[in-house]
Write a protein that binds this ligand. Structure first.
Ligand code: ZN
Length: 547
């Protein structure tokens, strides 16, 4: 899961018992600016700006801390940076301010977290504008508190966020910076003011406790913000080809280059990976898009029908041939002819196809005169043609004629980063007003092996929409079997190619699950002591419980 994939409304659920709103497991209370202004006025008047600012900071801090631990429980984050950035996304959608992070350095293993960013339209500048007879406040203490609490949970140590400039004091926008408390070099008195605490030490102890319980260790990867930016700027869904990962990006770069040429293309990929969608993409960008795009599935027709369908026939050439038929090669004109499942062509038609490609003409059934072929040929196969060549069921010379430009579509399980965007795309098409997927449904979909690839995913979303109606799509709406372990448990464990540390965590949870939660048995199987198991499980517990 990545921060950019968060959708605000998907995070808000209803308590199944009483239908009251929840964020994570905490009851939620929505409040608008006018009553907040009332509250601000009251505490400013009674406490003075400095103490009021500190109270708001603590309020925000508590909220940020809870947010971070809830988000850690809700989703398996791809890395620490994503978890951290999710906080920024949530501060924006929850209405605190439009937040942007400009710089981030987060190396949890080494205890390093520093960041810098901007707030626009901060709620506190709005509240302050409504206050009467109150001097300009000392800054967006509520926001600084929220960001401090969130960052402290991420790092596992106290982090302090301070404003360097504030819009409420005339700056064009609020600029903030976050660092571990000790990095600020503040005197104890300044710290006390910031946190409004009699003893900062107590607060640190309390924070540690909260973290022990709730914070989940994420794989310490050194993905910098830059790489995140690069990926989130990767090509957006266009013309039915929706992808974000490198695997598909490579295919699409090749497709864009190959499209305008006349070269024959061979698309390979498992069933449901979108071979025809790619063929149509090639056609649309071929410069031949005004000409026809004709597609035929070579496995769908018996050989004699397939022959006349492809190459045409003359009237009277066989029983039932009541008039001349041109055949797809000729009908495609200067357009594109897409031959799906080309591996299923019988050998005698393979010979005829080879001749069509070599001599650029076809002879209709019952005819002697050749017809010129101008169409560009795109073929596809979900079987391995080289293996069929080796087995003697596919002509080697035809294979090389077809595979002038080979393109291999990766299976969905090798492009897991695309699962959620694709699922949302299908959902958007079917039900634009849907409240989206629940975090549990996202986890199940991301863990599934998807043997039927993108087509299976589209079917699953359609199934879920039928069951869910206007509700948010949850695990109970997914088809039976989707929640079960993937057919290859190792593929499931290694989903998303985790770090060794993360893999160890997942495997520990898996073994515990297999032993029915028996910790001493699990420790024996893993060959580790009970303490080591305990440490690993503290991190892995949410997954183990979910199954
Ligand atoms: Zn501000």
């Amino acid at each position: 899961m990545r921060a950019a994939d968060l959708r605000g409304l998907e995070l808000i659920t209803q308590d199944p018992q009483n239908k009251l709103p929840l964020f994570g497991s905490a009851r939620l209370f929505l409040v608008g600016v006018p009553p907040l202004t009332r509250l601000g006025q009251d505490i400013m008047e009674r406490l003075g700006p400095a103490t009021a600012g500190a109270v708001l900071f603590r309020f925000g801090y508590e909220a940020g801390l809870g947010m971070a631990t809830s988000l850690a429980d809700m989703y398996p984050w791809e890395n620490d940076n994503e978890w951290f950035l999710a906080g920024s996304v949530v501060r924006s959608f929850s209405g605190l301010a439009l937040e942007e992070i400009d710089h981030l350095r987060f190396e949890r293993g080494q205890g390093i977290l520093s960041f810098r960013g901007r707030w626009r339209d901060s709620i506190q500048t709005l509240i302050h504008a409504g206050l009467q007879g109150i001097p300009p406040h000392s800054g967006c203490s509520l926001l600084a508190g929220a960001a401090s609490g969130y960052a402290s949970a991420c790092l596992g140590r106290e982090v302090l966020v301070r404003e360097l400039a504030c819009a409420a004091q005339g700056a064009p926008e609020c600029i903030f910076e976050g660092r571990a408390v000790e990095e600020w070099g503040l005197a104890p008195e300044e710290l006390r003011q910031q946190f409004s605490l009699p003893q900062v030490g107590d607060e640190v102890g309390r924070l540690r406790q909260a973290l022990e319980q709730a914070s989940r260790e994420l794989a310490a990867q050194r993905d910098e913000l830059e790489s995140l930016r690069r990926r989130s700027l990767a090509p957006e869904p266009q013309e039915g080809m929706l992808y974000r990962g490198q695997a598909m990006a490579r295919v699409m770069v090749l497709a864009a280059k190959a499209a305008p040429t006349a070269a024959t293309v061979l698309i390979t990929g498992e069933t449901g990976t979108g071979k025809e969608v790619l063929a149509r993409f090639l056609h649309r960008h071929s410069g031949r898009e005004a000409e026809p795009f004709l597609a035929i599935n070579c496995a769908a027709l018996p050989p004699n029908l397939l022959e006349s369908e492809l190459f045409g026939h003359l009237r009277g050439s066989f029983t039932g041939a009541e008039r001349d038929k041109k055949g797809l090669f000729v009908e495609a004109g200067a357009g594109t002819l897409f031959l799906d499942e080309v591996g299923e062509l019988p050998l005698e038609l393979q010979a005829k196809l080879l001749r069509a490609l070599q001599e650029k003409e076809v002879r209709p059934v019952g005819g002697v005169k050749g017809q010129p072929v101008r169409a560009r040929i795109v073929a596809a196969s979900n079987r391995s043609l080289p293996e069929m060549v080796a087995a003697g069921s596919f002509r080697e010379d035809l294979y090389y004629r077809l595979a002038v430009i080979p393109m291999a579509l990766p299976p969905l399980r090798q492009r897991r980063e695309d699962i959620l965007p694709l699922a949302r795309h299908f959902l958007e098409q079917l039900r634009p007003d849907s409240p989206g997927f629940s975090p549990a449904a996202v986890r199940l979909m991301e863990a599934h092996a998807w043997p039927g690839n993108v087509r299976e995913l589209a079917n699953v979303v359609e199934y879920a929409v039928v069951l869910a109606g206007n509700e948010r799509l949850g695990p109970e709406h997914l088809p039976p079997g989707l929640g079960q372990a993937p057919t290859d448990p190792l593929a499931g464990l290694a989903a998303g190619l985790p770090s060794q540390e993360e893999l160890l965590r997942r495997y520990t949870a898996y073994v515990l699950e297999q032993t029915g939660g028996n910790k001493s048995q699990a420790a024996r199987i893993l060959g580790i002591g009970p303490n080591t198991l305990w440490r690993r499980l503290k991190a892995a517990a949410p997954d183990a419980q979910r199954g």
